[in-house]
Design a protein around this ligand. Structure first.
Ligand SMILES: *Cc1c(COP(=O)(O)O)cnc(C)c1O
Length: 341
Protein backbone atom coordinates (compact mmCIF):
# COMPACT_ATOMS: atom_id res chain seq x y z
CA UNK A 1 0.00 0.00 0.00
CA UNK A 2 1.35 3.37 -1.02
CA UNK A 3 1.47 6.01 1.77
CA UNK A 4 0.13 9.50 1.14
CA UNK A 5 2.70 12.15 0.35
CA UNK A 6 2.63 13.87 3.75
CA UNK A 7 5.48 15.52 5.66
CA UNK A 8 4.84 13.27 8.69
CA UNK A 9 7.51 14.80 10.92
CA UNK A 10 6.06 18.29 10.61
CA UNK A 11 2.39 17.51 11.15
CA UNK A 12 0.75 19.34 14.03
CA UNK A 13 -2.20 18.21 16.15
CA UNK A 14 -5.02 19.28 13.85
CA UNK A 15 -7.73 17.95 11.59
CA UNK A 16 -6.88 16.77 8.09
CA UNK A 17 -9.64 15.00 6.16
CA UNK A 18 -8.75 11.46 5.12
CA UNK A 19 -10.35 9.19 2.51
CA UNK A 20 -12.90 7.41 4.73
CA UNK A 21 -14.88 7.77 7.93
CA UNK A 22 -17.26 5.27 9.58
CA UNK A 23 -20.92 5.95 10.31
CA UNK A 24 -23.77 3.96 11.82
CA UNK A 25 -27.29 5.34 12.40
CA UNK A 26 -29.57 4.51 15.32
CA UNK A 27 -33.28 4.67 14.49
CA UNK A 28 -36.44 2.88 15.69
CA UNK A 29 -34.48 1.38 18.56
CA UNK A 30 -31.62 -0.22 16.59
CA UNK A 31 -28.22 0.55 15.07
CA UNK A 32 -28.05 -0.06 11.32
CA UNK A 33 -25.28 -2.08 9.67
CA UNK A 34 -22.88 0.88 9.44
CA UNK A 35 -20.56 1.72 6.58
CA UNK A 36 -17.55 3.68 5.45
CA UNK A 37 -18.22 6.93 3.64
CA UNK A 38 -16.08 9.44 1.75
CA UNK A 39 -18.36 12.35 2.73
CA UNK A 40 -16.79 14.39 5.54
CA UNK A 41 -19.93 16.46 6.14
CA UNK A 42 -22.66 15.61 8.64
CA UNK A 43 -26.13 16.88 7.73
CA UNK A 44 -28.58 17.03 10.64
CA UNK A 45 -31.78 18.88 11.46
CA UNK A 46 -31.45 22.38 12.94
CA UNK A 47 -33.19 21.17 16.09
CA UNK A 48 -31.02 18.04 16.60
CA UNK A 49 -30.53 17.06 20.25
CA UNK A 50 -26.79 17.56 20.03
CA UNK A 51 -27.16 21.14 18.84
CA UNK A 52 -29.69 22.14 21.49
CA UNK A 53 -28.74 20.15 24.60
CA UNK A 54 -25.21 18.91 23.87
CA UNK A 55 -26.13 15.23 23.86
CA UNK A 56 -22.78 13.96 22.66
CA UNK A 57 -19.81 11.97 23.89
CA UNK A 58 -16.55 10.88 22.32
CA UNK A 59 -13.37 8.84 22.53
CA UNK A 60 -9.77 9.28 21.42
CA UNK A 61 -7.22 6.62 20.50
CA UNK A 62 -4.39 6.09 18.05
CA UNK A 63 -3.20 3.67 15.39
CA UNK A 64 0.55 3.12 15.11
CA UNK A 65 2.95 1.46 12.72
CA UNK A 66 5.13 -0.89 14.75
CA UNK A 67 8.86 -1.44 14.28
CA UNK A 68 8.12 -4.57 12.21
CA UNK A 69 5.59 -2.76 9.98
CA UNK A 70 2.27 -3.88 11.43
CA UNK A 71 -0.57 -1.41 12.00
CA UNK A 72 -1.95 -1.66 15.53
CA UNK A 73 -4.29 0.10 17.94
CA UNK A 74 -3.70 0.31 21.69
CA UNK A 75 -6.36 -1.14 24.06
CA UNK A 76 -9.37 -0.08 21.94
CA UNK A 77 -11.56 -2.36 24.09
CA UNK A 78 -11.16 0.14 26.93
CA UNK A 79 -12.33 2.97 24.66
CA UNK A 80 -15.38 0.90 23.75
CA UNK A 81 -16.17 0.31 27.42
CA UNK A 82 -15.68 3.96 28.35
CA UNK A 83 -17.89 5.14 25.48
CA UNK A 84 -20.55 2.76 26.76
CA UNK A 85 -20.34 4.36 30.23
CA UNK A 86 -20.55 7.85 28.73
CA UNK A 87 -23.56 6.88 26.61
CA UNK A 88 -25.42 5.37 29.55
CA UNK A 89 -24.87 8.51 31.67
CA UNK A 90 -26.19 10.72 28.81
CA UNK A 91 -29.17 8.44 28.10
CA UNK A 92 -27.84 7.51 24.68
CA UNK A 93 -28.04 4.02 23.16
CA UNK A 94 -24.90 1.93 23.64
CA UNK A 95 -22.84 1.13 20.54
CA UNK A 96 -21.87 -2.50 21.20
CA UNK A 97 -18.22 -3.19 22.05
CA UNK A 98 -17.69 -5.83 19.36
CA UNK A 99 -19.09 -3.47 16.74
CA UNK A 100 -16.92 -0.63 18.06
CA UNK A 101 -13.81 -2.79 17.62
CA UNK A 102 -14.83 -3.85 14.11
CA UNK A 103 -15.52 -0.23 13.15
CA UNK A 104 -12.08 0.82 14.43
CA UNK A 105 -10.43 -1.95 12.40
CA UNK A 106 -12.43 -1.09 9.29
CA UNK A 107 -11.77 2.67 9.34
CA UNK A 108 -8.05 2.26 10.05
CA UNK A 109 -7.67 -0.32 7.31
CA UNK A 110 -9.49 1.89 4.80
CA UNK A 111 -7.18 4.79 5.69
CA UNK A 112 -3.97 2.73 5.90
CA UNK A 113 -2.28 5.19 3.52
CA UNK A 114 -2.66 7.84 6.24
CA UNK A 115 -1.11 5.76 9.04
CA UNK A 116 2.29 7.42 9.57
CA UNK A 117 5.35 5.20 9.08
CA UNK A 118 7.36 3.84 12.01
CA UNK A 119 9.96 6.25 13.30
CA UNK A 120 8.24 9.41 12.02
CA UNK A 121 6.90 10.19 15.48
CA UNK A 122 3.48 10.78 13.89
CA UNK A 123 0.40 8.61 14.49
CA UNK A 124 -3.13 8.23 13.19
CA UNK A 125 -5.55 9.75 15.71
CA UNK A 126 -9.03 8.18 15.86
CA UNK A 127 -12.01 10.10 17.13
CA UNK A 128 -15.09 7.91 17.74
CA UNK A 129 -18.10 9.99 18.73
CA UNK A 130 -21.87 9.83 18.96
CA UNK A 131 -24.65 12.37 19.11
CA UNK A 132 -28.41 12.81 19.18
CA UNK A 133 -29.47 13.69 15.66
CA UNK A 134 -33.27 14.08 15.52
CA UNK A 135 -35.25 17.20 16.58
CA UNK A 136 -35.62 17.78 20.32
CA UNK A 137 -37.18 20.92 21.76
CA UNK A 138 -38.58 19.77 25.12
CA UNK A 139 -35.73 18.60 27.36
CA UNK A 140 -35.40 14.89 26.71
CA UNK A 141 -33.05 12.44 25.03
CA UNK A 142 -33.09 12.22 21.23
CA UNK A 143 -34.56 9.10 19.64
CA UNK A 144 -32.13 8.97 16.70
CA UNK A 145 -28.33 8.94 16.94
CA UNK A 146 -25.19 8.65 14.86
CA UNK A 147 -22.04 6.80 15.86
CA UNK A 148 -19.05 7.92 13.82
CA UNK A 149 -15.30 7.51 13.70
CA UNK A 150 -13.14 10.08 11.94
CA UNK A 151 -9.38 9.65 11.67
CA UNK A 152 -6.66 12.21 11.11
CA UNK A 153 -2.87 11.91 11.07
CA UNK A 154 -1.20 13.89 13.85
CA UNK A 155 2.42 14.88 14.28
CA UNK A 156 4.92 14.05 17.00
CA UNK A 157 3.75 15.67 20.24
CA UNK A 158 7.20 16.76 21.40
CA UNK A 159 8.37 18.37 18.19
CA UNK A 160 11.74 20.01 18.79
CA UNK A 161 12.15 18.21 22.12
CA UNK A 162 10.30 17.85 25.39
CA UNK A 163 9.29 21.07 27.12
CA UNK A 164 8.09 20.67 30.70
CA UNK A 165 4.88 22.55 31.36
CA UNK A 166 3.99 25.33 33.73
CA UNK A 167 0.47 24.75 35.06
CA UNK A 168 -1.68 26.72 37.45
CA UNK A 169 -4.13 25.69 40.13
CA UNK A 170 -7.50 26.70 38.70
CA UNK A 171 -10.08 28.82 40.49
CA UNK A 172 -12.87 27.32 38.36
CA UNK A 173 -14.10 23.72 38.50
CA UNK A 174 -14.45 21.30 35.57
CA UNK A 175 -16.83 18.87 37.27
CA UNK A 176 -19.53 19.02 39.89
CA UNK A 177 -19.63 16.55 42.81
CA UNK A 178 -21.79 13.63 41.58
CA UNK A 179 -21.79 15.24 38.12
CA UNK A 180 -20.30 14.15 34.78
CA UNK A 181 -16.54 14.55 35.35
CA UNK A 182 -16.00 10.78 34.95
CA UNK A 183 -17.46 10.53 31.43
CA UNK A 184 -15.98 11.74 28.14
CA UNK A 185 -18.68 14.22 27.20
CA UNK A 186 -18.37 17.29 25.01
CA UNK A 187 -20.12 19.27 27.72
CA UNK A 188 -17.09 18.87 30.03
CA UNK A 189 -14.95 20.50 27.37
CA UNK A 190 -17.29 23.33 26.42
CA UNK A 191 -17.16 24.72 29.92
CA UNK A 192 -13.37 24.34 30.14
CA UNK A 193 -12.70 26.54 27.10
CA UNK A 194 -13.03 29.86 28.91
CA UNK A 195 -10.51 28.70 31.49
CA UNK A 196 -7.92 27.24 29.13
CA UNK A 197 -7.88 30.38 27.00
CA UNK A 198 -7.51 32.44 30.17
CA UNK A 199 -4.66 30.20 31.39
CA UNK A 200 -2.81 30.65 28.10
CA UNK A 201 -3.34 34.42 28.25
CA UNK A 202 -1.80 34.41 31.74
CA UNK A 203 1.21 32.39 30.52
CA UNK A 204 0.24 28.92 31.79
CA UNK A 205 0.07 25.75 29.70
CA UNK A 206 -2.78 24.07 31.59
CA UNK A 207 -5.22 24.28 34.49
CA UNK A 208 -5.10 21.80 37.35
CA UNK A 209 -8.60 21.32 38.73
CA UNK A 210 -9.17 20.61 42.42
CA UNK A 211 -11.89 18.37 43.80
CA UNK A 212 -15.15 20.27 43.33
CA UNK A 213 -16.44 19.44 46.82
CA UNK A 214 -13.69 20.77 49.07
CA UNK A 215 -11.14 22.30 46.64
CA UNK A 216 -8.26 20.78 48.61
CA UNK A 217 -7.43 17.67 46.57
CA UNK A 218 -5.84 17.41 43.13
CA UNK A 219 -8.08 16.01 40.36
CA UNK A 220 -6.78 16.43 36.80
CA UNK A 221 -6.37 18.98 34.01
CA UNK A 222 -8.98 19.74 31.34
CA UNK A 223 -7.92 16.79 29.19
CA UNK A 224 -5.29 14.75 31.01
CA UNK A 225 -4.90 12.78 34.24
CA UNK A 226 -1.99 13.49 36.59
CA UNK A 227 0.69 11.24 38.03
CA UNK A 228 3.23 12.13 40.68
CA UNK A 229 6.47 10.41 41.64
CA UNK A 230 7.56 10.61 45.27
CA UNK A 231 11.18 11.14 46.35
CA UNK A 232 11.41 7.41 47.05
CA UNK A 233 10.12 6.54 43.56
CA UNK A 234 6.54 5.60 44.33
CA UNK A 235 4.08 6.45 41.53
CA UNK A 236 0.93 8.10 42.81
CA UNK A 237 -2.22 9.14 40.97
CA UNK A 238 -5.23 10.96 42.45
CA UNK A 239 -8.40 8.98 43.13
CA UNK A 240 -11.79 10.64 42.80
CA UNK A 241 -15.20 9.90 41.32
CA UNK A 242 -15.06 13.03 39.15
CA UNK A 243 -11.81 12.17 37.32
CA UNK A 244 -12.09 10.81 33.78
CA UNK A 245 -10.49 7.32 33.85
CA UNK A 246 -7.59 7.82 31.43
CA UNK A 247 -6.51 4.68 29.60
CA UNK A 248 -2.97 6.05 29.35
CA UNK A 249 -2.82 6.65 33.12
CA UNK A 250 -4.21 3.19 33.91
CA UNK A 251 -1.65 1.66 31.52
CA UNK A 252 1.21 3.68 33.04
CA UNK A 253 0.33 2.45 36.52
CA UNK A 254 0.54 -1.15 35.25
CA UNK A 255 3.84 -0.38 33.50
CA UNK A 256 5.23 1.18 36.70
CA UNK A 257 4.34 -1.90 38.74
CA UNK A 258 4.94 -4.77 36.33
CA UNK A 259 7.73 -3.49 34.06
CA UNK A 260 9.64 -1.10 36.36
CA UNK A 261 8.98 -2.80 39.71
CA UNK A 262 7.78 0.42 41.33
CA UNK A 263 5.22 0.81 44.06
CA UNK A 264 2.00 2.41 42.80
CA UNK A 265 -0.84 4.04 44.65
CA UNK A 266 -4.22 5.47 43.61
CA UNK A 267 -5.47 7.65 46.46
CA UNK A 268 -6.69 11.16 47.22
CA UNK A 269 -3.76 13.57 46.79
CA UNK A 270 -3.96 16.81 48.76
CA UNK A 271 -2.71 20.00 47.15
CA UNK A 272 -0.75 20.56 50.36
CA UNK A 273 1.50 17.52 49.77
CA UNK A 274 2.42 18.24 46.15
CA UNK A 275 5.49 20.26 47.12
CA UNK A 276 7.00 17.06 48.58
CA UNK A 277 6.90 15.15 45.28
CA UNK A 278 9.85 14.68 42.95
CA UNK A 279 8.10 14.48 39.55
CA UNK A 280 4.79 15.29 37.96
CA UNK A 281 3.32 14.44 34.56
CA UNK A 282 0.07 14.83 32.64
CA UNK A 283 -1.11 11.70 30.86
CA UNK A 284 -3.40 11.12 27.93
CA UNK A 285 -3.46 9.56 24.47
CA UNK A 286 -2.12 12.65 22.68
CA UNK A 287 1.23 13.01 24.47
CA UNK A 288 1.40 9.81 26.57
CA UNK A 289 3.10 11.89 29.32
CA UNK A 290 3.85 15.62 29.34
CA UNK A 291 6.20 16.45 32.20
CA UNK A 292 5.17 19.27 34.51
CA UNK A 293 8.10 21.45 35.55
CA UNK A 294 6.21 23.86 37.74
CA UNK A 295 2.81 24.22 39.42
CA UNK A 296 1.77 27.73 40.36
CA UNK A 297 -0.77 28.05 43.18
CA UNK A 298 -1.79 31.69 43.35
CA UNK A 299 1.74 33.05 43.26
CA UNK A 300 3.28 30.17 45.22
CA UNK A 301 5.58 28.25 42.88
CA UNK A 302 6.09 24.52 43.29
CA UNK A 303 9.08 23.61 41.12
CA UNK A 304 9.93 19.95 40.57
CA UNK A 305 13.61 18.90 40.77
CA UNK A 306 13.85 17.77 37.10
CA UNK A 307 13.50 21.42 36.10
CA UNK A 308 12.24 23.02 32.90
CA UNK A 309 14.50 21.28 30.37
CA UNK A 310 13.72 17.56 30.55
CA UNK A 311 11.49 14.82 31.95
CA UNK A 312 12.24 13.49 35.42
CA UNK A 313 14.03 10.09 35.41
CA UNK A 314 11.00 7.97 36.40
CA UNK A 315 8.68 9.91 34.05
CA UNK A 316 11.17 9.22 31.25
CA UNK A 317 11.25 5.49 32.03
CA UNK A 318 7.46 5.31 32.10
CA UNK A 319 7.28 7.17 28.79
CA UNK A 320 9.93 5.02 27.10
CA UNK A 321 8.35 1.78 28.30
CA UNK A 322 4.78 2.58 27.32
CA UNK A 323 5.75 3.98 23.89
CA UNK A 324 8.01 0.92 23.47
CA UNK A 325 4.97 -1.30 24.03
CA UNK A 326 2.81 0.74 21.65
CA UNK A 327 5.44 0.69 18.88
CA UNK A 328 6.09 -3.04 19.28
CA UNK A 329 9.66 -2.68 20.61
CA UNK A 330 8.69 -4.23 23.94
CA UNK A 331 6.41 -7.17 24.60
CA UNK A 332 2.91 -6.00 25.53
CA UNK A 333 0.74 -7.39 28.30
CA UNK A 334 -1.91 -9.80 27.01
CA UNK A 335 -4.64 -7.99 25.05
CA UNK A 336 -3.07 -4.53 24.93
CA UNK A 337 -2.25 -4.48 21.22
CA UNK A 338 -4.86 -5.10 18.50
CA UNK A 339 -3.39 -5.71 15.09
CA UNK A 340 -5.30 -4.43 12.06
CA UNK A 341 -5.26 -7.16 9.43
C1 LIG B 1 -9.65 11.86 27.31
C2 LIG B 1 -9.32 12.44 28.65
C3 LIG B 1 -8.17 12.06 29.37
C4 LIG B 1 -7.14 11.10 28.82
O1 LIG B 1 -7.62 9.81 28.62
P1 LIG B 1 -6.83 8.78 27.70
O2 LIG B 1 -7.72 7.59 27.66
O3 LIG B 1 -5.54 8.48 28.38
O4 LIG B 1 -6.62 9.43 26.39
C5 LIG B 1 -7.98 12.60 30.63
N1 LIG B 1 -8.84 13.51 31.15
C6 LIG B 1 -9.94 13.92 30.48
C7 LIG B 1 -10.83 14.92 31.10
C8 LIG B 1 -10.20 13.39 29.21
O5 LIG B 1 -11.30 13.81 28.55
Amino acid sequence: MEKKNIDWGNLGFGYMPTDYRYVSHFKDGAWNAGELTTDSNVVINECAGVLQYAQTCFEGLKAYTTEDGRIVTFRPDLNAERLEQSAVRLRMPVFPKERFLEAVDQVVKANAAFVPPYGSGATLYLRPYMFGSDPVIGVKPATEYQFRILVTPVGPYFKGGVKPLTVRISDLDRAAPHGTGHIKAGLNYAMSLYNIVDAHEQGYDENIYLDPGTRTYIEETGGANIIFVTKDNKVITPKSDSILPSITRRSLMTVAKDYLGLEVEERPVALSEVADFAECGLCGTAAVISPVGKIVDHGREIAFPAGMEKMGPITQKLYDTLTGIQMGRLEAPEGWIREIK
